[in-house]
Design a binder for this molecule. Structure first.
Ligand SMILES: [Zn+2]
Length: 483
């Protein structure tokens, strides 16, 4: 049956790509209220396809994330983030035949249909929402993150239904979200409140990448994160710097001084107690990372594109990005950012600051350390508000379980190579929710590549990996069904 499902996928490969393009044309930018209707349209597109291929109980689940509008009220051209409740898409198929006298296991398939904003638009070689094929890749916002990988799941299921006379070899629940790029609070609440509706033995999450082309990869560790805003207030209203400069406090200068005290030149974070709970990777893990094909100079040149790499001395790049915590500043809205000059001393300014966390740093505890340190740095004449926007736990998954074996065996059949176990510097908060609320491990099987430009202009997905991904998931689900 596996072989006929794989054959079905091969025979229908061109159609699968055309369907993916139709999904990529929908600008489902979850963070932008102007795209709220598009985001819903993407959910409906996915739901219609789940119905068409034979999944049951297909429905949209509304999420009730409170709308959070942070209006800075100063200066033109500011981005005002808003968080809408974008629906979850749910479907299931729960009639798989028992295996060896035991009920068939259930796999919970997760992906997301929302995408990052496409900006800066003028750096795209082809329009972000007009998918274009070049050099064996498909270019579009969401190509790899995560619509291409979402479509891998859909097409694996369709192929299995087609080859098995309208049945699946394993029970499947599908849960697809539309708020991954804005913190995923809707899905977190649903998983917390309705664990019985998601009962499963294993989750399959395809929102990650392979370490190198042709190298099957399972991601077994994710960094956690806390995303914060520091709002500094000085005078009651915006002031003219000619008349008041020298007497009025400046919130931007205050923020700059605070930020400069968060991290030293070597990349060490200066928050007291910040590193106390950091767990080191095992000696085996470090040894395996050393054996990975990683060229630091190539990485600097082609991926980072900077003159040097920065970060803590004494740790390799992989350790620094996978197993060490970091702190970054993402933007400082406020004041005057238009063309030309305006001599304003803004009344308020904001800095968006996040930290990537590693096991065993707890987000709430780390935020408390950060908040009290930032408050201790507050310059005179300034009042501060330190807010937590969202957070997620760091995760390490055990490689010793039958689902990992189902995945490595599936990928060996497709790629002809042993799987490498890596970590990712990014965060997929849902993996923590699945462990905590459902008590199930996640298999992080992704088919992106390091140069796929996710979250950046010219995002792409290698079409060969789209097709190999479908075959891998077909084989994985067959293996789980037979286990
Ligand atoms: Zn993603």
């Amino acid at each position: 049956m596996t072989e006929s499902a794989v054959m079905f996928a091969k025979d229908n490969a061109p159609r699968f790509v055309e369907e993916l393009k139709a999904l990529l044309r929908i600008p489902s930018v979850s963070t932008d209220p102007a795209h709220a209707a598009d985001t819903r349209r993407a959910a409906e597109f996915v739901a219609a396809e789940l119905r068409r291929i034979g999944m049951e109980n297909v429905r949209l689940i509304e999420t009730s994330t409170p709308e959070l509008i942070l209006a800075y009220g100063v200066g033109p051209g500011l981005v005002v983030p808003a968080r809408n409740g974008h629906p979850l898409v749910y479907a299931d198929y729960l009639h798989a035949a028992p295996v060896k006298g035991r009920p068939a296991p259930t796999a919970l398939l997760y992906a997301h249909y929302d995408v990052q904003p496409p900006d800066p638009l003028d750096e795209w070689k082809s329009p972000p929402f007009e998918p274009t094929e070049r050099d064996g890749n498909i270019y579009a916002r969401g190509a790899v993150d995560d619509k291409g990988q979402l479509w891998i799941h859909m097409k694996a299921l369709e192929s299995l239904f087609a080859a098995n006379g309208g049945k699946l070899p394993v029970n499947v629940r599908v849960l697809i979200e539309g708020e991954e790029e804005v913190g995923g609070e809707g899905i977190a609440a649903f998983v917390r409140e309705h664990p019985e509706q998601l009962a499963a033995e294993v989750a399959l999450v395809s929102d990650s990448e392979m370490f190198a082309p042709d190298l099957p990869t399972l991601c077994v560790g994710l960094r956690g994160m806390i995303y914060t805003e520091i709002e500094a207030r000085g005078a009651r209203t915006d002031l003219h710097s000619g008349m008041y400069g020298g007497a009025a406090p400046n919130p931007f200068v205050a923020l700059a001084q605070i930020i400069a005290s968060l991290k030293d030149e070597s990349g060490k974070i200066l928050i007291p107690g910040f590193y106390d709970k950091v767990a080191k990777p095992s000696a085996d893990e470090l040894k395996a990372w050393k054996a990975l094909p990683f060229d630091e100079e190539h990485y600097r040149e082609t991926e980072v594109g900077s003159t040097v790499l920065t970060g803590e001395p004494g740790y390799s790049v992989l350790e620094r990005t996978w197993a060490r915590p970091t702190l970054d500043v993402h933007g400082m809205p406020g004041g005057f950012i238009g063309a030309g000059a305006k001599t304003v001393i803004p009344a308020r300014a904001v800095a968006k600051v996040s930290m990537r966390l590693v096991p065993d740093q707890a987000p709430a505890e780390t935020f408390a350390l950060y908040k009290s340190y930032v408050e201790s740095l507050c310059p005179k004449g300034i009042t501060l508000e330190v807010r937590l926007i969202h957070s997620g736990d760091a995760i390490v998954v055990s490689t010793d379980n039958p689902y990992v074996r189902a995945a490595t065996s599936a990928m060996h059949d497709v790629f002809g190579k042993d799987t490498v176990f890596i970590r990712s510097g990014g965060s997929i908060p849902i993996v923590g929710d699945f462990i905590r609320e459902l008590g199930i491990p996640s298999i992080l099987m992704g088919f992106g590549l390091p140069d796929d430009n996710l979250h950046a202009p010219n995002e792409k997905f290698l079409l060969a990996n789209f097709h190999r991904g479908i075959e891998s998931i077909i084989r994985f689900l067959e293996n789980v069904g037979a286990s």
